[in-house]
Design a protein around this ligand. Structure first.
Ligand code: NDP
Length: 335
């Protein structure tokens, strides 16, 4: 089979808030960007229910609906969105090459995309426990009482008891956040000490609404479609003794993994795989390659901050093309 070849000035890999904001900016700068959908078109917000903290939506908006709006806005200005599975990339020289397959399972490369600039917005994925009951609805209770984002979903647990799992800074921060809404927060950790920073641990220890259960693992999340979560089957990680613990919400805070494996050994990353960007810009260590959103941000990880860095990456890409004589300088009002 002969491969289809596509040539673009700006290629954006990933279609969450960062990638689609970059696309809105790049298309309004008449750069005709190509957005490549990842395995989860629309990104992590497509697995969230109501989004109530994104400015501009005073009544809130459903995550998938918001991402449809982002998409329509990008397409309105001429963004093309392509659904291919990128199998490998060659960033050794410009134009950069991205090799796409029909799906992850396909054997053959079907599309070669040549990009003068590349914006990486591949996001991050929450790590999950991998226990029964955790799967997204309709199969499990994910999104119906089980969440990996307290900032997004904590509000829905007003007056209810919740469990949070993890022992790092995210678990501490989210446990504290959840005390604003929940009647009680039980923090379950698989060991007898936290890896979180001392100051965060102190805050948790001093908060009367948080109860800590050491050496505790979750074996199963229990509940029904109608009632949501009703409890968890827990076990003692030392004795393996099992018991049932009633709760109405389970927050998993055991870390995130940036989706950056494609770029290992080519782009500079920190020790956990987040792409490094230069100073206040979105430039990576390869000229003409930019990174934005959760693929380069382990700290804020919000839809609105991802969108902000997507805008920055598009402006950086446009300026790079202008400097290289490959685009006409944009006027401020065009953005
Ligand atoms: P971490 O990797 O630091 O912590 C993950 C926690 O989850 C660990 O306690 C780990 O246990 C536990 N865990 C991992 N896998 C499992 C599993 N399968 N079952 C049960 N428990 C599990 O991730 P974080 O998201 O907490 O933090 C990521 C980075 O972001 C860190 O560098 C952190 O400092 C930073 N951060 C900083 C914040 C701040 O400064 N305000 C806020 C949030 C994050 P164990 O300890 O046994 O390995």
């Amino acid at each position: 089979m002969s491969e289809k070849e596509i040539n673009r000035k700006v290629v954006i890999l990933g279609s969450g808030p960062a990638g689609l904001t970059a696309a809105i900016y790049a298309s309004r700068a008449q750069l005709e960007p190509l957005v490549i959908d990842g395995p989860q078109p629309g990104g992590q917000l497509t697995i969230t229910t109501d989004v109530e903290n994104y400015p501009g939506f005073s009544k809130g908006i459903m995550g998938p609906e918001m991402m449809n709006e982002f998409r329509a806005q990008a397409e309105r200005f001429g963004t093309e969105i392509l659904n291919v599975w990128i199998d490998k990339v060659d960033l050794s020289e410009r134009p950069f090459k991205l090799y796409g397959k029909e799906s992850a399972e396909s054997e053959e490369i079907s599309t070669i995309i040549k990009a003068e600039t590349l914006i990486i917005s591949t996001g991050a994925s929450a790590k999950w426990l991998g226990v029964p009951g955790e799967e997204p609805v309709p199969e499990g209770l994910g999104g119906n009482g089980v969440s990996a984002c307290a900032t997004c979903d904590g509000f829905f647990f007003r007056g209810k008891p919740v469990v949070i799992v993890g022992g790092g800074d995210t678990a501490m921060e989210e446990a504290m956040f959840l005390t604003r809404f929940a009647s009680k927060v039980t923090l379950m950790h698989r060991r007898d000490s936290f890896r979180a920073s001392k100051i965060m641990q102190e805050r948790v220890f001093n908060n009367e609404k948080i109860e800590i259960m050491w050496n505790t693992g979750i074996r199963e999340i229990l509940g029904t479609k109608e009632e949501g979560v009703t409890g968890v089957k827990i076990f003692n990680t030392q004795s393996n003794e099992e018991s049932l613990f009633p709760t109405q919400g389970v927050f998993v805070a055991i870390g995130h993994k940036p989706n950056t494996d494609l770029f290992k050994g080519v782009l500079e990353m920190d020790e956990t795989g987040y792409l490094k960007t230069e100073g206040r810009t979105m430039k990576t260590n390869v000229e003409g390659v930019f990174a934005c959103g959760d693929a380069q941000d382990s700290y804020y990880r919000q839809a609105v901050t991802a969108a902000g860095t997507g805008c920055m990456a598009a402006i950086d890409a446009e300026r790079f093309l202008v400097e290289h004589g490959e685009a006409v300088k944009n006027t401020e009002t065009n953005w």
